[in-house]
Design a binder for this molecule. Structure first.
Ligand code: FES
Ligand code: FES
Length: 175
């Protein structure tokens, strides 16, 4: 048995240590934001944050997690609420600004890749609050492999990241 810290909550899971984190999240913990795309760290659909850094959960074994915190797409609102010090009531009605921006820009087409896109955007904006277009492009095309979208939503993703950046850097707003 292993105990994982996922989206701020300790979860016990019964799975061998070499089980991919993606399988544990989807099959054992019913967290279906991360998607199975390639299974080979080549597309980014399965991405999650591990202590704030994007990892491909399809190739990350359960045994490699230890006491690091896993954040999935489902955990982004609570992550934002904690970072902003929102009350429990405020947090209950809040989405992460990245998620809000994705909705406002109508970014997804089929949607399959968008979990990884929002996870990558969150990692980027936590590290670089006001990225340039080049920095956004670099973030999505560097690392283990580029984040792939076969519907071609790349332009909308850049616009959504810029919108989220504006929202996240407005420190006077609570929500
Ligand atoms: S499913 Fe993990 S990178 Fe494609
Ligand atoms: S929205 Fe369809 S693969 Fe990206």
């Amino acid at each position: 048995m292993a105990t994982l810290l996922v989206n701020g909550i300790k979860r016990d899971v019964q799975a061998p240590g070499d089980t991919p984190l993606l399988y544990v999240l989807r099959n054992d913990l019913a967290l279906t934001g991360p998607q199975f795309g390639c299974g080979l760290a080549q597309c980014g659909a399965c991405s999650v944050l591990l202590n704030g850094k994007e990892v491909r959960s399809c190739i990350t074994p359960l045994a490699a997690i230890g006491d690091k915190e896993v954040t999935t797409l489902e955990g982004l609102p609570a992550r934002w609420a904690k970072q902003r010090g929102l009350t429990h009531e405020q947090a209950a009605h809040a989405l992460h600004p990245v998620q809000e921006a994705w909705i406002a820009e109508q970014t997804p087409q089929c949607g399959f890749c968008q979990n990884g896109m929002m996870i990558k955007a969150t990692e980027l904006l936590e590290q670089t609050p006001s990225p340039t277009v080049d920095e956004i492009k670099t973030a999505f095309t560097s690392g283990v492999s580029p984040h792939l979208c076969r519907c071609g939503t790349y332009t909308a993703i850049i616009q959504a990241v810029q919108r989220a950046s504006t929202r996240m850097t407005k420190r006077s707003e609570i929500l």
